[in-house]
Ligand binder design. Structure first.
Ligand SMILES: Nc1nc2c(c(=O)[nH]1)N[C@H]1C(S)=C(S)[C@@H](COP(=O)(O)OP(=O)(O)OC[C@H]3O[C@@H](n4cnc5c(=O)[nH]c(N)nc54)[C@H](O)[C@@H]3O)O[C@H]1N2
Ligand SMILES: Nc1nc2c(c(=O)[nH]1)N[C@H]1C(S)=C(S)[C@@H](COP(=O)(O)OP(=O)(O)OC[C@H]3O[C@@H](n4cnc5c(=O)[nH]c(N)nc54)[C@H](O)[C@@H]3O)O[C@H]1N2
Ligand SMILES: [Mo]
Length: 828
C-alpha cells in the first residue's frame, strides 16, 4: 500500500481503539527462544553487571566482580528490558498520519497512535525534515537537546541522531545542560574552569588531611549510585572510611541542607538545617564574621585573588546600607546567630574541604551560591591544599577517585566527517541564533524572534517548527508541563526515538522504537573519572519486537538520502567496536597493556589499574604566575570586571544575595503557596529511567503513585496520613502523589523526585484527555508544577528549585495511572 492509499483507508474507515491489552503478552513469548545459559558482561550508568540468558530471556543479573558497592538499582535492570512501556513498533500520531504538517496540534498528547512499518515511519520522518528545511531552513529545526541516553561509546543515541539528521540539514543546537547550567557558566569567570566536570582532589588525600568537610547541598551517598559511564562505585569505599573517621571524631562532617540526606544518615554526621534557597545569605553571614573576627587569610586573598576590595563594602553594608552580619543572615536563613559565628571559626580552624552539590545552582540566581562559596574558600585560604579548598563534583561519576591516566576509547562521531555536506546545505538562520541556552527552547518556540541576554551575548530565538529527540526525555527534564503543551501546539512535527513510551513520545508525531543497551554490542569506559578500564557490553538478547539499535535506525535513515556509506563509513557494529578498541590500544601502547580485541571481547574487561593521588589547584597554589587559572586575570575573581560590564540586574560584578521570585519561609509568594517543593534526583532511578521497571517501581510507590515526602506536622495540619493520596498544586498545574510522612523533611518543605513519569489524565479521568491544559498528572511528575525561568541573564539555566506549591488530601474519583501503559492504539 502506498502512502496515499493507506491514508485513504484510514480516513474512510472507522477506528477501533486497542487499549494496551496486547502489552501484557507473556514476556518469554516476546524474545527468541533457546535453552542457553551464558554469563555475559555488560555496563550501564548503574554499574557493570554479569547477566545470564535462559530460553532467550535475560535471567539473572549480578554485579560485576570488581564492584564492591553495587547499587540496589541492579534489581530494576531486568525491568528495563521487559516492561509494558516498551515501544514495540514505529507509530504515528493519528491526525499527523492523516494531515501531516497541517494536523490538529491541539490533539497532540491525546495518545492516539497508529502502527506503521519502519519504511513508512522513516520516509515520513525524512519528508518532514524536507518540508521544514524547504519552508524555513535550519532555524525551523531543533535537534540539539541531549540527555542520559544509555552508556556505550558506539551506540550513543544522541550522536547517531545528530549525525544522521545533520547529514540531512543544519539545525538549532543548545549550550549548557540542565545539571550544572548556572555553575558551569559562572565558575570559568571565578576559578577559570567549569569545576563541575573537573577531576577533584583524591579521596585518600581528603581522608588524610581534612579536619572538617562541609557537604553543602550535597548527597553523594545517593547520587554516586549512577555515573556517566559504567560506574565502579569505588567512591563508596572512601565514604565508608569517612564514616569511620566521623565515628572516631577524626573528621567533622556538616551537611548544610534543608533535609536530612541519605548521606547524613549513613555517615552519622551533623546536619545543619537552612531555609531553602537562602545559602548565599548564610555564606555572607559567615564571611562577615570572618572579617569582623579577623579570621580570613589575608595573604592568600592578596596573593591569589582579585577584587576582595570591591566585595568588602557590599559585605559590610557600605554600599547598600545592609551589613551582611550573622544577625542579618540568621533572619533569612533560619540558622542561629551562634551557629553562623561558630561556622566562621570552625571553617578557618584546621583544614576544611567544602563540597558543593549541584542542586543549589538549579534555582533562580543559581550562579550566586557557587561564586560566594568560592569566595568563602578563598577567605579560608586553603584552595590547592590536600583536604582543603572547594570542590563542585565529589558527588558525581567517581570524581575524587584517582584517574588511571590511560587513554579511553573514542566514540561514534556526532558530527559530519571532514568534507561531508548536508543534503540541505544552508546555514541561514534568518537572523536568529543557531545555538540557544539549553533550558530556553520552550521560550523560543513560544516567542520566536525575541532577543534575550545570555552570558554577555544576545540570543535571538529561532522560529522552531520541528523537534527531534533521541536519548533524552524532555517531558521529564523540562519544567512546567502546561507551558510545554502550549508550546507544542505551535510545532508542526515532533519525532522521538526512544526505548519506552515516555511522555515525550506521547507528545510526538512519529515515534521510533530503539532497543535497549542489552540488545546490542558496545564498549564502555569503566568508571567515568576514574577510567579504570574498558568494558565489553555484550548483547544479551536480540532486539525485542520491532525495535532496532540507534545505529541501525539511522543507517536506514541515511540510506533514504543515499548516504548510508557516508554515515557508517562502511563499517558494521562489530567493525566499529574493533576500530574503537584498536585505536585505544594503540594510544595506550607502551603504557597500558591491552590484549587483542578478540581476547578482550572474550574476557569482557581490560583493567588499567589504580591511579595516583592528586590535589586540585595545587599547581596554581605552588605558583600562580606559572600556573594561572583560566580567568581573565589568572587569579580567583571575587569581583569580575567582565560580569560587571554585562550590567545585569540579576548577576552583578560580585556575589550577592537576591530575593527569589518564589521562596518559602516568609519569602515572596509564600502567603498563597507556603510549601517549597524540591524535585531532587531519585534514589531508585536515573531520572525517568527505571521508572518503567514495574516490579522495582512497586517497591517504592504509594497506591501506585510516586511518593511525596512530607513533614509530619504539615501532613497532620492537612489531615493526611502516611499512605494517603495527595493532590499537590499551584497556579501552574496539579498532580497526584502518595504521602510518605517523614521526619527527614522539615516543615514547609516537600520532595517529589524528578523522573516520575508524566501521566496526565483529562477531566473525565481518561488518558486521552491528557492533552488538556491543566490536566491532573496521575502519577506525580514534579515538573507539572515547577517554574520555567532562566537562573539569570548570565546562564539562563534551569531553575526548577524556585518553586512553591500547596497540597491537600485527595478527595474525588481516583484516576488510573496513565503513565506506563503505552498509547491508545488505533487501527481500522
Ligand atoms: N524538576 C527537575 N527537573 C530536572 C532536574 C531536577 O533536579 N528537577 N534535573 C535535571 C537534570 S540535572 C537532568 S541531567 C535532566 C535529565 O533529563 P534526561 O537526560 O532527559 O532524562 P532521562 O530520563 O535519563 O532521559 C533519557 C531518555 O533516553 C532514553 N534512552 C535510553 N537509552 C536509549 C537508547 O539507547 N536509545 C534511545 N533512542 N533512547 C534511549 C530513555 O528511555 C529516556 O527516555 O533532568 C533535568 N530536570
Ligand atoms: N541515584 C541517582 N543519582 C544521580 C542521578 C539520578 O537520577 N539518580 N542523577 C545524576 C545527575 S544527572 C545529576 S545532575 C546529579 C545531581 O546532583 P545534585 O543536584 O547535587 O543532587 P540532588 O540530590 O538533586 O540535590 C542534592 C541536595 O541538595 C539539597 N538542596 C536543594 N536545594 C537546596 C538549597 O536551597 N540549599 C541547600 N543547602 N541544599 C539544597 C537537597 O535537599 C539535596 O539533599 O546526580 C547524579 N546522580
Ligand atoms: Mo544532571
Amino acid at each position: 500500500m502506498n502512502r496515499r492509499d493507506f491514508l485513504k483507508g484510514l480516513a474512510a474507515s472507522s477506528y477501533v481503539t486497542l487499549s494496551g491489552s496486547s502489552l501484557l503478552a507473556p514476556l518469554n513469548a516476546l524474545a527468541s527462544t533457546g535453552t542457553d545459559e551464558v554469563w555475559k558482561t555488560t555496563g550501564s550508568h548503574f554499574g557493570a553487571f554479569k547477566m545470564t540468558r535462559k530460553n532467550g530471556v535475560i535471567d539473572k543479573v549480578i554485579s560485576f566482580d570488581l564492584d564492591k558497592y553495587p547499587t540496589d538499582m541492579i534489581n530494576g535492570v531486568k525491568g528495563l528490558v521487559y516492561n509494558p512501556s516498551r515501544v514495540r513498533y514505529p507509530m504515528v500520531r493519528l491526525d499527523f498520519l492523516l494531515k501531516g504538517h497541517k494536523s490538529n496540534t491541539l490533539e497532540r498528547g491525546d495518545y492516539r497512535f497508529v502502527r506503521v512499518t519502519w519504511d513508512r515511519a522513516l520516509s515520513l520522518f525524512k519528508d518532514s525534515l524536507d518540508e521544514i528545511q524547504t519552508k524555513y531552513g535550519p532555524s525551523g529545526l531543533h535537534a540539539g537537546q541531549t540527555g542520559w541516553r544509555a552508556t556505550g561509546q558506539l551506540h550513543s543515541s544522541t550522536s547517531h541522531m545528530q549525525r544522521a539528521v545533520g547529514m540531512h540539514g543544519n539545525f538549532v543546537k543548545k549550550v549548557g545542560d540542565y545539571s550544572t547550567g548556572a555553575g558551569q557558566t559562572i565558575l570559568p569567570y571565578v576559578l577559570g574552569s567549569t569545576e563541575v566536570y573537573a577531576q577533584g582532589t583524591s579521596w585518600p588525600l581528603i581522608l588524610e588531611h581534612s579536619d572538617t568537610i562541609v557537604l553543602w547541598s550535597n548527597d553523594p551517598y545517593k547520587n554516586l549510585q549512577v555515573g556517566w559511564n559504567a560506574e565502579t562505585h569505588e567512591s563508596y569505599a572512601y565514604l565508608a572510611q569517612l564514616k569511620e573517621k566521623v565515628a572516631q571524631g577524626k573528621i567533622r562532617v556538616i551537611s548544610i541542607d534543608p533535609v536530612v540526606t541519605k548521606t547524613q544518615k549513613y555517615l552519622g554526621c551533623e546536619q545543619l538545617y537552612i531555609n531553602p534557597q537562602t545559602d548565599v545569605a548564610l555564606m555572607l553571614g559567615i564571611a562577615h564574621e570572618m572579617v569582623s573576627q579577623n579570621l580570613h587569610d589575608k595573604a592568600f586573598i592578596e596573593g591569589y585573588s582579585l577584587g576582595f576590595d570591591e566585595f568588602l563594602p557590599y559585605l559590610l553594608g557600605e554600599k547598600d546600607g545592609v551589613a551582611k552580619t550573622p544577625e542579618w543572615a540568621s533572619q533569612i536563613t533560619g540558622v542561629s546567630v551562634e551557629i553562623i559565628k561558630d561556622l566562621a571559626k570552625v571553617m578557618t580552624k584546621g583544614r576544611t574541604q567544602i563540597m558543593m552539590g549541584w542542586c543549589i545552582q538549579r534555582q533562580q540566581h543559581g550562579e550566586q551560591p557557587y561564586w560566594m562559596a568560592a569566595v568563602l574558600a578563598t577567605m579560608i585560604g586553603q584552595i590547592g591544599l590536600p583536604g582543603g579548598g572547594i570542590s563542585y563534583g565529589h558527588h558525581y561519576s567517581s570524581i575524587g577517585v584517582p584517574s588511571s591516566g590511560a587513554a579511553a576509547p573514542g566514540a561514534f562521531p556526532r558530527n559530519l566527517d571532514e568534507g561531508q555536506k548536508p543534503l540541505f546545505d544552508s546555514s541561514d538562520f534568518k537572523g536568529a541564533s543557531s545555538t540557544i541556552p539549553v533550558a530556553r527552547w520552550i521560550d523560543a518556540i513560544l516567542e520566536p524572534g525575541k532577543t534575550i541576554d545570555a552570558n554577555g551575548s544576545k540570543v535571538t530565538y529561532p522560529d522552531i517548527k520541528m523537534m527531534v529527540f533521541s536519548g533524552n526525555n524532555p517531558w521529564n527534564h523540562h519544567q512546567d508541563r502546561n507551558k510545554m503543551k502550549r508550546a507544542f501546539h505551535k510545532l508542526e512535527c515532533v519525532v522521538t526515538i526512544d526505548v519506552n513510551w515516555t511522555a515525550t513520545c506521547r507528545f510526538s508525531d512519529i515515534v521510533l522504537p530503539a532497543c535497549t543497551t542489552f540488545e546490542r554490542n558496545d564498549i564502555d569506559v569503566y568508571g567515568s573519572y576514574a577510567n579504570r578500564g574498558v568494558l565489553a557490553m555484550q548483547k544479551m538478547v536480540e532486539p525485542l519486537y520491532e525495535s532496532l539499535s540507534d545505529f541501525e535506525i539511522f543507517t536506514r535513515f541515511a540510506a533514504l538520502m543515499g548516504k548510508e556509506k557516508q554515515y557508517t563509513r562502511g563499517l558494521t557494529e562489530m567493525d566499529w567496536l574493533r576500530k574503537l578498541y584498536d585505536e585505544c590500544k594503540a594510544a595506550n601502547a607502551g603504557k597500558f597493556e591491552m590484549p587483542d580485541f578478540n581476547t578482550f571481547w572474550q574476557q569482557g574487561y581490560v583493567h588499567f589499574g589504580e591511579g595516583e593521588n592528586w590535589t586540585r589547584h595545587s599547581d596554581f597554589r605552588d605558583d600562580p604566575e606559572i600556573n594561572p587559572l583560566g580567568t581573565p586575570s589568572g587569579l580567583i575573581e571575587i569581583f569580575s570586571r567582565k560580569i560587571a560590564q554585562f550590567n545585569y540586574d540579576d548577576c552583578p560584578g560580585h556575589p550577592s544575595w537576591m530575593e527569589k521570585s518564589e521562596r518559602s519561609h516568609g519569602g515572596p509568594g509564600s502567603d498563597k503557596y507556603p510549601i517549597w517543593m524540591q524535585s531532587c534526583h531519585p534514589d531508585q532511578r536515573l531520572h525517568s529511567q527505571m521508572c518503567e521497571s514495574q516490579e522495582y517501581r512497586e517497591t517504592y510507590t504509594v497506591q501506585g503513585r510516586e511518593p511525596v515526602y512530607l513533614n509530619p506536622l504539615d501532613a497532620k495540619a492537612r489531615g493526611i496520613k502516611d499512605g494517603d493520596l495527595v493532590r499537590v498544586f499551584n497556579d501552574r498545574g496539579q498532580l497526584l502523589a502518595g504521602a510518605r510522612v517523614s521526619n527527614r523533611f522539615p516543615q514547609g518543605v516537600i520532595r517529589i523526585h524528578e523522573g516520575a513519569w508524566y501521566g496526565p489524565v483529562g477531566k473525565d479521568g481518561s488518558k486521552q484527555g491528557g492533552n488538556e491544559i491543566g490536566a491532573l498528572c496521575s502519577y506525580g511528575d514534579p515538573n507539572t508544577l515547577t517554574q520555567d525561568i532562566g537562573s539569570s541573564k548570565l546562564a539562563q539555566a534551569c531553575a526548577a528549585y524556585t518553586c512553591l506549591v500547596e497540597f491537600e488530601k485527595f478527595s474525588g474519583k481516583v484516576p488510573e495511572v496513565s503513565a506506563f501503559s503505552g498509547p491508545i492504539e488505533i487501527s481500522r
